[in-house]
Design a protein around this ligand. Structure first.
Ligand SMILES: [Zn+2]
Length: 371
């Protein structure tokens, strides 16, 4: 079971609000998805995620396949019961980690061979295998294996990766149709490097295969923000209006709001969780580094007015103390605030779109940041 309903469209730009329905619950878009790499959003429990506003999380196929492995997760009929998260889960294909983490990743027509970063064991990840693993995880949104190239990449390399991505998307869809239980959705991933015509070609080839949703991949791989936004600006309108559009692995609030304006619906990024563990906290007035000496005796909450558990109960001075003392609670409290910030930011954006006031919300957002 999967559907997407578009419920509001901004009249001054391409921002839109929608509802995704999955067999594990409803997700209102635009949405930010916290990343639960190894079956856990680092340092927080599912109850804390829910309280922070999270309704859908992401799991990483590469990590879960290597450890604990499908044999373990199958005993729980999927990742939901294994990790005690009842809401929707999106899993990536494993491709990105194979290229960034594994050793000796080698691509062929068949798939990617690689050596585990854990124990050096050899594996072959094919489009079929990726669907099989994601089906075992009982993921609500399954991603096709794609060929993620480095930045910068030549036109020839970008072209070749696009062709492989299309062929793998066809094979992914075939396997998904043969094995699916009717409970999940398979998304295609647009590639094409930083070349407009290749992005268009990739989108067209994927639409011909026909997916219930589309992701724009290969962005935020080291290119300047203007190039990332230019590619998104060009690619997003080529995708069907009636399907959800997901921009993978981006990013800071300023990029998120611009991508919403360009018509994107779904986002994920490790930024709020990873930066929380490094003491960098997001607020509407910019980021705060909690280790900074100026917070030593500061009795105020991280962000006055924030309704998260951390801001309701703790001061900047206490959070700084925990962080400096390397107390484990620091990671948890910091993560709760950052996740709450990203999710409530998306909720505010959604409300502004519903009221057709997104443009004034966007201006007010930048005004606050400059203060
Ligand atoms: Zn807070």
């Amino acid at each position: 079971m999967f559907s997407f309903e578009l419920i509001a469209q901004s009249t001054k730009d391409r921002a839109r609000a929608g509802v995704i329905r999955t067999s594990h619950g409803v997700v209102e878009t635009p949405v930010f998805m916290p990343v639960g790499t190894r079956g856990s959003v680092k340092s927080v429990s599912p109850e804390e995620l829910l309280a922070a506003g999270a309704r859908i999380i992401l799991g990483n196929t590469y990590h879960l396949y290597l450890r604990p492995g499908c044999d373990v997760i199958r005993r729980f009929a999927g990742l939901h019961r294994f990790m005690h998260w009842d809401g929707p889960i999106l899993t990536d294909s494993g491709g990105f980690q194979v290229f960034s983490l594994a050793k000796l990743a080698k691509i062929s027509g068949e798939g990617v061979t690689f050596q585990s970063h854990l124990d050096g064991s050899s594996h072959l990840l094919t489009p079929e295998k990726s669907i099989e693993i994601q089906t075992c995880l009982d993921s609500d949104i399954v991603m096709c294996l794609d060929d993620c190239i480095q930045y910068p990449a030549t036109r020839e390399d970008s072209w070749e990766a696009l062709e492989i991505t299309t062929e793998w998307a066809q094979r992914s869809k075939r396997t998904w149709q043969e094995t699916q239980t009717g409970r999940n959705a398979l998304f295609g991933i647009v590639q094409g490097g930083m070349f407009r015509d290749l992005r268009k070609r990739s989108a067209e080839e994927l639409m011909e295969i026909d997916f219930p949703g589309y992701a724009v991949g290969g962005l935020s791989v080291g290119e300047p923000a203007e190039v990332m936004l230019e590619m998104a600006d060009y690619t997003l309108p080529t995708l069907p209006e009636t399907k959800p559009r997901y921009i993978m692995s981006v990013g800071i609030p300023e990029n998120l709001i611009e991508l919403v304006a360009l018509g994107a619906d779904m986002f994920d990024c490790v930024l709020p969780t990873r930066n929380a563990r490094n003491g960098q906290m997001f607020t509407h007035y910019g980021t705060i580094n909690i280790s900074n000496a100026q917070y030593k005796e500061d009795t105020e909450p991280l962000e006055p007015g924030c309704e998260c558990y951390t801001c309701r109960h703790y001061s900047r001075a206490y959070l700084r103390h925990l962080y400096m003392a390397r107390e484990l609670l620091a990671y948890r409290l910091n993560t709760i605030h950052n996740i709450h910030f990203f999710i409530s930011f998306m909720k505010q954006i959604r409300e502004a779109i519903l009221a057709n006031e997104f443009e004034s919300f966007r201006k007010a957002f930048y005004r606050k940041l400059e203060n």
